[in-house]
Ligand binder design. Structure first.
Ligand SMILES: [Fe+2]
Ligand SMILES: [Fe+2]
Length: 194
C-alpha cells in the first residue's frame, strides 16, 4: 500500500514537469528548430497525463486535493539557475528513477492493482522517450551556444547536486511535519482498504 500511495503521489507531483516543460518550450522556441516545439509540447502534454493519472487515482481512493502533499524542492532546486538547468532538471528526473519503473509495474500486477500497473506502464514508456528528448535537446542547445555537446551529462550531474543540496537543508521540523502528513495519508488508506 505504501508503494501504491507513493507512486500515485509522485505522479501527481509531476505537475512540476508540466510547468517546467511549458517554460522551456517557450524559452527556447526562438533558439532551437521547430522540432523542439513539437517535442517539448508532446513532453509537456505527456507530463500532464502522468499528473492526471496520480490525481484520478488518489481521488478514486477517497482523498481530497488538500490532503495530498506537493513537493516544493523540485521547483526550488532549479530556481535562480539559467533555463538550460530547467531542461537539465527534467532530464535528471527522467533518468533518475527509470530503472525501478518496470519492476514496480510488475509488483502492482502481483497485488492485483491493475490501475496502478497501467499507470506505471504508461509512465515508463513515456519516460524512456523523454530521457531521449532530454539528452538530444541538451546536446542541441549546447551546440547552438558553441559549447561542447557532450557536456550534457555535466549539466545533469550539476542538477543532481542542486537537488541534493536543497534536500540537505530540510530542518528537523520540516521532516517531522512531512512524517505527520505521510502517517495521516497511510492511516486513511488503511481505513479505506478495510
Ligand atoms: Fe512523467
Ligand atoms: Fe517524463
Amino acid at each position: 500500500m505504501q508503494l501504491q500511495l507513493r507512486s500515485a503521489i509522485s505522479h501527481l507531483n509531476e505537475v512540476w514537469a508540466i510547468e517546467a516543460g511549458g517554460v522551456i518550450l517557450s524559452f527556447f522556441a526562438n533558439v532551437l528548430p521547430w522540432e523542439w516545439i513539437h517535442d517539448s509540447a508532446r513532453w509537456t502534454y505527456d507530463e500532464s497525463r502522468h499528473c492526471r493519472m496520480g490525481y484520478e487515482r488518489l481521488m478514486a481512493w477517497g482523498f481530497h486535493p488538500g490532503e495530498i502533499p506537493l513537493g516544493t524542492y523540485i521547483y526550488e532546486s532549479a530556481s535562480g539557475e539559467e533555463p538550460i538547468y530547467l531542461l537539465g532538471m527534467l532530464y535528471f528526473f527522467e533518468t533518475k528513477n527509470i530503472r525501478h519503473k518496470s519492476a514496480r509495474a510488475q509488483l502492482f500486477h502481483a497485488y492485483g492493482d491493475t490501475l496502478s500497473e497501467h499507470d506505471m506502464d504508461f509512465d515508463w514508456a513515456d519516460e524512456t522517450m523523454h530521457a531521449g528528448y532530454g539528452k538530444h535537446w541538451l546536446q542541441e542547445l549546447l551546440a547552438v551556444r558553441g559549447q561542447d555537446a557532450e557536456a550534457y551529462n555535466q549539466i545533469r550531474e550539476r542538477c543532481g547536486k542542486l537537488v541534493s543540496n536543497l534536500v540537505s537543508t530540510a530542518t528537523p521540523e520540516e521532516v517531522t511535519e512531512l512524517r505527520k502528513v505521510a502517517r495521516a495519508l497511510l492511516a486513511k488508506a488503511v481505513r479505506g482498504s478495510t
